[in-house]
Design a protein around this ligand. Structure first.
Ligand SMILES: CC(C)=CCC/C(C)=C/CC/C(C)=C/CC/C(C)=C/CC/C(C)=C/CC/C(C)=C/CC/C(C)=C/COP(=O)(O)OP(=O)(O)O
Ligand SMILES: O=P(O)(O)OC[C@@H](O)CO
Ligand SMILES: [Mg+2]
Length: 224
């Protein structure tokens, strides 16, 4: 029913940021393939529940990108579980996941759960600092993480995370060429229709986050 391999565009909403009902309606009715709810700080059960209930008024697929266990709640269409492949801290690779499965493993509906192999490139973004990511990576390093995701761990999603800055399309293209089964998500610094078009040609799915809050009109033009 929800096949990420068919998606092209996703809006990422941050539960820790304000969005009016009018703007939320515009986002949900925009024709984007999904609304992804997630952020790297200030994500609580209260603000996730609030945003989920508001997005649920619309038919757009609604996905929680889990960033902490406390804010996981039933009611989403899908749950994306990041594992930060280039983190130097085991907690963000398998540690928190192990805790979650030990506590709640028998309650999970595995049909709804999709793992994402994250590779965080921007050293200054919050997610990189939180997870102590090793971001001084060459193109070959990044390609190796992509291969690891698809061929070794068979992860359904490889997420190239430039959060806050625009990435290098030639690197994104090179990564894409490595992937046959795994869907490539690209996120970071898409601030115009031109950038959206360029990255949409390089990746399978583009993710637009901050622009929603900075300039909603421009954000709507990224649906390509
Ligand atoms: C009740 C019910 C339905 C249960 C469902 C079961 C379920 C899904 C259980 C969870 C299972 C599980 C294995 C959970 C894992 C637990 C966990 C906490 C894993 C760690 C996830 C992780 C690595 C988080 C790190 C941070 C990260 C990569 C976040 C992704 C989002 C992101 C990068 C957002 C951008 O951040 P933003 O705040 O916008 O940053 P800027 O300000 O820089 O823009
Ligand atoms: O906020 P931006 O820079 O658009 O990045 C989107 C997303 O990849 C963040 O997790
Ligand atoms: Mg953000």
């Amino acid at each position: 029913m929800y096949d990420v391999r068919e998606w092209k565009h996703v809006f990422k909403l941050d539960p820790n940021k304000e969005l009016s009902d009018q703007d939320l309606e515009t986002i949900c009715e925009s024709g984007t393939d999904a609304v992804l709810i997630g952020g790297s700080d200030g994500v609580t059960l209260e603000n996730v529940l609030d945003l989920m209930a508001r997005v649920r008024r619309y038919t757009v697929p609604c996905v929680l990108e889990v960033s902490n266990l406390e804010s996981v709640t039933p009611g989403f269409d899908l749950y994306f579980i990041p594992t930060v492949l280039n983190s130097k801290d085991l907690r963000w690779i398998t540690g928190l996941h192990h805790e979650a499965l030990k506590e709640h493993g028998d309650l999970m509906n595995w049909e709804e759960i999709i793992a994402e192999g994250y590779c965080i490139i921007n050293p200054d973004c919050k997610a990189a600092r939180l997870t102590d990511a090793k971001t001084d990576l060459t193109k070959d390093d990044i390609i190796a993480y992509a291969r690891m995701s698809e061929r070794l761990f068979r992860l359904p999603i490889f997420y190239l995370e430039y959060s806050g800055i625009y990435g290098d399309p030639s690197i994104v293209k090179a990564v894409h060429q490595e992937l046959d089964e795994t869907t490539l998500f690209y996120g970071g610094g898409i601030t115009s229709k031109e950038k959206a078009l360029e990255m949409a040609q390089a990746a399978d799915v583009i993710v637009v986050g901050n622009l929603i809050y900075d300039n909603l009109g421009e954000a709507l033009k990224t649906i390509v």
